[in-house]
Ligand binder design. Structure first.
Ligand code: XIL
Length: 318
């Protein structure tokens, strides 16, 4: 194949990555050129999150880093997903237990409205709320849930639709990649939101996978399809595949990783409403996995920007 972006056009799916603003700003040439050539969909890794956009106070926004990233994506003619407007991690310091419920609701609405109006027309999709379901399949006990109950979720989508009616509005979560207790709980939540007429267009499945325990194509397909059958657009939103838990030789480990990527692409290909396949980074040189889970090589390019077997696992599936 030439590039993933070429392959994805035939497949009629977007193929995405989540670039680091810091690395982009450093001007590393291999990074920037692959970012431009391989992908047609961009999700900022961090600069469009609530905390980074409101680093100082509740009435001030700093759009400068996201703006610079958008200058590049516009040059590259790439679509963009902004995120995450409401998330319990990387939220501003002023969002905390000391704030009363009415003020917190106001902060959420202000942030969504100001940010989405500022970028109206430029952003293809937004993750409006992220990771509200806990690993125990109950609503996560975040500051938002504790102060406001689950109503803040519907309210966030209503604010978002009003702020930029052209943007597609997504929910996003991890650990919901196949049918399990947590994805069942998210399925129930999405069905309720839709039944209540809440404006929501789609759902992203993060797929931070461990090669040792990754689901089969059939399991992922069945899960994506049931959400699609609710009338939602679905996408794989943050895939990476850890291999440090495997104990075969390197060649075998990389071949297993290739298969896991291939399974996930196939699941997206199997579901008509799966519109995008986004990787959380692209080179093993820069991956959040090293900091969060320990040293690993979860992506499709190696540290020297050479294509790994995993690259072909994606490309051959598209
Ligand atoms: C991660 C980023 O990659 C890190 O740089 C940051 O320190 C923490 O967040 N789920 C998400 C993403 O929704 O926003 C996370 O990104 C990865 C897990």
């Amino acid at each position: 194949v030439e590039t993933l972006a070429d392959a994805s056009k035939k497949a009629r799916k977007k193929v995405g990555t989540a670039p680091s603003y810091g690395v982009m700003a450093s001007g590393e040439e291999d990074y920037l050129s692959l970012l431009a050539s391989e992908f047609n969909y961009i999700t900022p890794e961090n600069v469009a999150k609530w905390g980074p956009l409101q680093p100082v106070s509740a009435n001030e926004w700093d759009f400068s880093a996201f703006d610079s990233m958008l200058a590049v994506t516009q040059d590259n003619k790439q679509k963009v997903k902004g995120r995450a407007l409401v998330w319990h991690r990387q939220a501003p310091n002023f969002v905390n237990e000391q704030v009363d419920a009415a003020t917190l609701a106001q902060m959420i609405d202000n942030h969504i409205t100001t940010t989405m109006q500022y970028y109206a027309g430029e952003i293809y999709a937004w993750d409006v709320v992220n990771e509200v379901m806990g690993d125990d399949a109950n609503y996560r006990q975040s500051v938002f849930y504790k102060k406001l109950g689950k109503s803040y979720i519907a309210d966030a989508y209503i604010s978002a639709r009003a702020a930029d009616p052209r943007a597609k509005l997504f929910y996003n979560d991890y650990g919901i990649d196949s049918i399990n207790a947590k994805s069942d709980a998210v399925y129930t939540m999405m069905a309720e939101l839709i039944a209540d007429g809440v404006p929501i267009d789609g759902i992203g499945f993060q797929m931070h996978l461990d090669a040792a325990s990754a689901p089969s194509t059939e399991e992922m397909t069945a899960n994506l399809q049931r959400f699609a059958d609710l009338g939602l657009s679905v996408n794989i939103s943050e895939i990476d595949v850890r291999i440090s838990s495997l104990s075969w030789d390197d060649v075998t480990n990389l071949a297993i990783q290739q298969q896991v990527y291939h399974r996930a692409v196939n699941a997206c290909m199997n579901v008509r409403q799966c519109d995008a396949f986004t990787l959380w980074g692209f080179t093993d040189k820069y991956t959040w996995i090293d900091g969060e889970f320990g040293e690993d090589d979860p992506l499709i390019y190696d540290d020297e920007y050479q294509r790994k077997p995993a690259y072909f696992g994606v490309a051959d599936g598209l």
